[in-house]
Each structure stands twice: as structure tokens, then as C-alpha cells.
Design a protein around this ligand. Structure first.
Ligand code: ATP
Length: 248
């Protein structure tokens, strides 16, 4: 991947709440077609970092976020969306009182003047990835299972035709089987060329599905490695214990 440019390049990202620094100089990259995991224990700053990258105002931030080759730090969420970034925050922010199909159509709103034929083709593509959503397309989204709602949230993000997709704990609260199904679809999206950055609590799951992982601790990246070079048990221990730099 060395001669490719990253779809997302974050450097020296700082973010926090008031005087509390939560993210302290995070740098990371995601290349086209890569699924990259961000791991770390509770409170390590993963969500805050993701939301600062995504322009979702959660506290104050500084740094550089280069999206598809252009500096995008500090741009508003709709500008970032137009530039190719989609964010799926934790907790399925979908419209429960709207149908599945309307939720998906809403996702295309960031693209101005989408011809009806394009919209239909994009909907068909999302239904191809998540067939259950086509079956339930006229149902209220709030009536779907947790896993199906998460598929709506990801599907909605896809309707914006993102080049970079940020997912915050997409499998939270899902059964292992549904989580696996969801991740298989997300991996497929990466294979299609989308750069996917996902915050994940489950170490083993991240190692199965991600090509590369970053481990965060106290607001910093303490490890970056290809998943195939990592051992799940050792990595879990590192995350639970915290890294112990030599000499400390
Ligand atoms: P988790 O997996 O538990 O969500 P995380 O690694 O995603 O953890 P963050 O959610 O980024 O971590 O939280 C990092 C720190 O920032 C925590 O100490 C948390 O209490 C604090 N924090 C998060 N959101 C806010 C907020 N809106 N206002 C103030 N402090 C916050």
C-alpha cells in the first residue's frame, strides 16, 4: 500500500473537554480499502478522537485531518460529508419513527441534487449489502432488532457515498453472530475501496476483521501494528494492564 495515498491522515490530534485533555497527539492513517481498528480500554479517548476527526463537536480540538488529500480539520460535518467522510456514532442514531427506506434516503441528503435514478441505484446497492433492510424497508426503524438498526445506520452512511467511514463500536450490544455478520459486511465495504476506521472494544474481533490496529492509552497511540502480527491474549493484557515503557 506504500505508493497509495491515505484516504485519511490524522496528525497530532488533540481533543478534550474544557481544560481536560483526553486526546493527546494522536496520529494515524487509513488507506483506501483498509479496515483499521482503534482499540483501548474504557476512557482511553477513542470516541473523542473519532468524533474530533469526524467534525462532530465534542469538546475542543486541534491538529490536522487530511481527508482525500485535503486539509479538513475543523470543517463542519456537512462539509466533511461532501468531502467523502461518513460517521456512524455509537448508539445507532437513526430515526426510529421513520421507515427503513426513508432513513436510508436521508443519508443521501448530503449529496446535493441526487437524480432519482441514482438514489434508486444507491438504495439497491445498500439492499444488496444488507438484504434484510429490503425486506423491512417499509417498517419503522425503531421496530427492528439492534443488529438491523445498526445496519440501517451503516446503510444510511453509505448513501452519502463516503470514501472514508468512521464507526464507533458498531457491534456494541449485538450478539456475537450478528456482530460477525455486520463486520463481514463492513469488511466487504473496505474491499470495495472505502477506508474504514472503527473503534472496537473486543480485541479478538478487531484482530479477525481489521488489517491493522492502533491501541490508544490515556489519549495517545501506544501501538500500531498489522493484525496478523498480534496475539489476542497479549494484546488484551497490554490493554488491561497498560503499556509499561522500558525503564519505568
Ligand atoms: P469508552 O470505550 O468507554 O467509550 P473511549 O476510549 O471511547 O472510552 P472517550 O469516550 O473518548 O473514551 O472518553 C475519554 C474521557 O473523556 C473519559 O474520561 C470521559 O469521561 C471523558 N469524556 C467523554 N465525553 C465527555 C464529555 N462530553 N464531557 C466531559 N468529559 C467527557
Amino acid at each position: 500500500m506504500s505508493d497509495l495515498s491515505p484516504s485519511l491522515a490524522v496528525s497530532d490530534l488533540f481533543a478534550g473537554y474544557g481544560r481536560m485533555q483526553v486526546v493527546r497527539g494522536v496520529s494515524l492513517e487509513v488507506f483506501p480499502g483498509e479496515l483499521v481498528g482503534v482499540l483501548g480500554r474504557n476512557g482511553a479517548g477513542k470516541t473523542t478522537a473519532l468524533m474530533a476527526i469526524g467534525g462532530v463537536r465534542r469538546g475542543v480540538a486541534s491538529g490536522s485531518v487530511v481527508l482525500m488529500g485535503r486539509e479538513s480539520f475543523g470543517r463542519r460535518p456537512h462539509e466533511l460529508a461532501e468531502a467523502g467522510l461518513a460517521v456512524v456514532p455509537e448508539g445507532r442514531r437513526i430515526f426510529r419513527e421513520m421507515t427503513v427506506a426513508d432513513n436510508l434516503r436521508l443519508g443521501a441528503f448530503v449529496r446535493r441534487r441526487v437524480p432519482a435514478s441514482e438514489l434508486a441505484a444507491d438504495l439497491a446497492r445498500v439492499y444488496g449489502i444488507f438484504p434484510v433492510l429490503e425486506i423491512y424497508r417499509e417498517r419503522l426503524a425503531g421496530q427492528l432488532s439492534g443488529g438491523e438498526q445498526q445496519m440501517v445506520a451503516v446503510g444510511q452512511a453509505l448513501m452519502a457515498r463516503p470514501r472514508v467511514l468512521l464507526l464507533d463500536e458498531p457491534a456494541a450490544g449485538l450478539s456475537p453472530a450478528v456482530a460477525t455478520e455486520l463486520y463481514e459486511r463492513v469488511r466487504y465495504l473496505a474491499h470495495e475501496g472505502i477506508a474504514v476506521l472503527v473503534v472496537e472494544q473486543a480485541v479478538e474481533r478487531a484482530l479477525v476483521f481489521a488489517e491493522r490496529v492502533y491501541v490508544m492509552e490515556q489519549g495517545r497511540v501506544v501501538l500500531e501494528e498489522r493484525a496478523e502480527h498480534l496475539d489476542g491474549e497479549q494484546l488484551s493484557n497490554l490493554i488491561v494492564r497498560g503499556s509499561q515503557p522500558a525503564g519505568s
